[in-house]
Design a protein around this ligand. Sequence first.
Ligand code: C2E
Ligand code: MG
Ligand code: MG
Ligand code: MG
Length: 283
Amino acid sequence: RSKRRGRGQITVYSREIAQEMKRATQLEQALRNAIINDAVDVHFQPIVRLSDGAPLGFEALARWVDADLGFVSPAVFVPLAEERGFIDALSETLLRKAAEAALAWPRDLFLSFNLSSAQLMDPGTTETTLAALARVGLDPHRLELEITETAVMTSADTAHRIVTDLRKAGVRISLDDFGTGQSSLGRLRDFTFDKVKIDRAFVSRITSDRASEHIVKAIIAMCQGLDLDVVAEGIEEKADADKLKFLGCGMGQGYYYGRPADSAATLRYLQDQYRDFLTIERA
Ligand code: C2E
Ligand code: MG
Ligand code: MG
Ligand code: MG
């Protein structure tokens, strides 16, 4: 009896795996077409100064809505493009669109762009990134690249070279999702970063969980000691923002300050923000 059930399970599993593979291949084909047809879009989420809420820059976040599949999360399609070997094509489109949008913002605002781990293993990334900026005409000093601890760990030598060369060209490097990867703190000493982004997993529990609060406090203190900027990700409520300000965190990002929005809505947000700041200055 148990034998029969066992065999049945294998059939079910292999059918599920086959369906999963079929779905991934459909997704891949749809994504390849979307890239060719310029249908993958970029949205922008403000990164603000916590003391007064003023925008300092925006993180570019990939968005794709397929006619048949509907909304597909970048957490799904970015890894798929990496696995199937066309992350370069996807990323080039995204960086071009993001940089074009950033040209319309005030010049002191930065653009933060996510580099995937596959790109940090590819020695060609430095040149393709700088070439994309040059084509659009965006100053490398306005670009920040977000990289993750995992990417830095898996291909340390290549990643180190890329980070060093891009920093020489004026690009800043930001360590994304800090605290969740399998990194050693030694990495912070070996690598030269400009900024650390504290993962939402800690920030979202900062007012309810003492351990999260202590971890965030320690990360902020460490960043101050190392002369690194620090951004808290995933701020959803005023109470989170107040606590982070109290702990001395310089910058923040999250739904409380603004959700990711398309380039037109981002320009309207900037108009509103600058009107507010002009009013404050005049008062
Ligand atoms: P990430 O780089 O850590 O981006 C932050 C994610 O948190 C985004 O999800 C953003 O929409 C979300 N978020 C921001 N504020 C809040 C908040 O207050 N609450 C909550 N619950 N979430 C918030 P998204 O856009 O779904 O992106 C997911 C991940 O996909 C990103 O994580 C990044 O790793 C990757 N990704 C997105 N766009 C790109 C891209 O252009 N290139 C690459 N390589 N990866 C990308
Ligand atoms: Mg990011
Ligand atoms: Mg992040
Ligand atoms: Mg994240």
